[in-house]
Structure formats: structure tokens, C-alpha cells
Design a protein around this ligand. Structure first.
Ligand SMILES: CC(C)(COP(=O)(O)OP(=O)(O)OC[C@H]1O[C@@H](n2cnc3c(N)ncnc32)[C@H](O)[C@@H]1OP(=O)(O)O)[C@@H](O)C(=O)NCCC(=O)NCCS
Length: 120
């Protein structure tokens, strides 16, 4: 799944670069949309991210491209790999600024984990 985000002035930290917490929120959001598209009848919560390393700073008015792909399905969990590219609008040059594997666990209405099954 591919999604884009325009980075706005309110997303910055007090040094003028993107606040890391915003990046984590967007990654969680795009990957949650991907898992919900793949398993529309099931409910998922985030359990963890493999790595959190901000490789390059991101300036206001950058366009970010999020590439999300399913990597592994377990008994109760599903893992997605997310690459975030910083995109230069005019030249279309891109470089990766953040990558992680994010895992979701399937839960019932009570919030307890449950096996993934497509016949719900
Ligand atoms: C998600 C939750 C239901 C999992 O319950 P749990 O009893 O801790 O689960 P387990 O340790 O048995 O792990 C369940 C699955 O998640 C996987 N998992 C657990 N911790 C993980 C981690 N840090 N990274 C990747 N996968 C992980 C396990 O491998 C297992 O996968 P499998 O069943 O496909 O083999 C529970 O931890 C929870 O409610 N957490 C809060 C979730 C939440 O509110 N998220 C929003 C962010 S605040």
C-alpha cells in the first residue's frame, strides 16, 4: 500500500525538523489501515515496532511516501514492513528516512488476543 503525507509546520519540533512522535503516529496509522484492509472483519491493536531509528531529518513542506507491505502472518499477529521516503517534489529524488517492522495482534471485543481466522 502506498500513501503520502505533506509535512506541515505544526508537525515540527522546536529545532524546526519533524517531531519523531509524529512519524511514529503516521507509521502506526498507515500500517493499521493496511491490516484493516487486509482483514476487514477483524480488530487489531499495535503490539510493537522492531526498530525506531530516525535516519535523516525531515523539513517542513516535505512530502513523505509510506510504502507498507505485509511481511508475516502468525497465529494471532501480523507484521508489516514500512519504509518512509522523503520525496523532493521538483526533482522527484527520494531517500529513505525511516524503516520499521510493525506488528499487530488480533483481539476480540474484550481486548484479549485471539487467533486470526478469515471466517468471522
Ligand atoms: C496486544 C496484546 C493483546 C497481546 O497480548 P499478550 O498476551 O501480551 O500476547 P503474546 O505475548 O502472547 O503475543 C501475541 C502475539 O504477538 C507477538 N508479539 C508480542 N510482542 C511482540 C513484539 N514486541 N513485537 C512483535 N511481535 C510481538 C507474539 O509473537 C504473538 O504472535 P503469534 O501469536 O502470531 O505467534 C496485549 O499485549 C495488549 O493488549 N497490549 C496493548 C495493545 C495496545 O493498546 N496497543 C495500542 C498502543 S498503546
Amino acid at each position: 500500500m502506498t500513501t503520502y503525507k505533506l509535512v506541515m509546520p505544526e508537525d515540527m519540533n522546536h529545532y524546526g525538523f519533524l517531531f519523531g512522535g509524529k512519524m511514529l503516529m503516521w507509521v502506526d496509522e498507515v500500517a493499521w489501515i493496511a491490516v484493516s484492509e487486509d482483514y476487514p472483519t477483524l480488530h487489531f491493536v499495535t503490539v510493537g515496532m522492531s526498530e525506531v531509528k530516525f535516519k535523516k531529518s525531515v523539513h517542513p513542506q516535505s512530502v513523505l511516501r509510506f510504502e507498507t507491505r505485509r511481511q508475516r502472518e502468525g497465529r494471532t499477529s501480523v507484521t508489516y514492513h514500512v519504509d518512509v521516503h522523503r520525496r523532493h517534489i521538483e526533482s522527484r529524488d527520494e531517500e529513505i528516512v525511516f524503516s520499521t517492522d510493525i506488528t499487530f495482534v488480533c483481539v476480540g471485543k474484550d481486548g484479549a488476543k485471539r487467533p486470526i481466522s478469515k471466517d468471522v
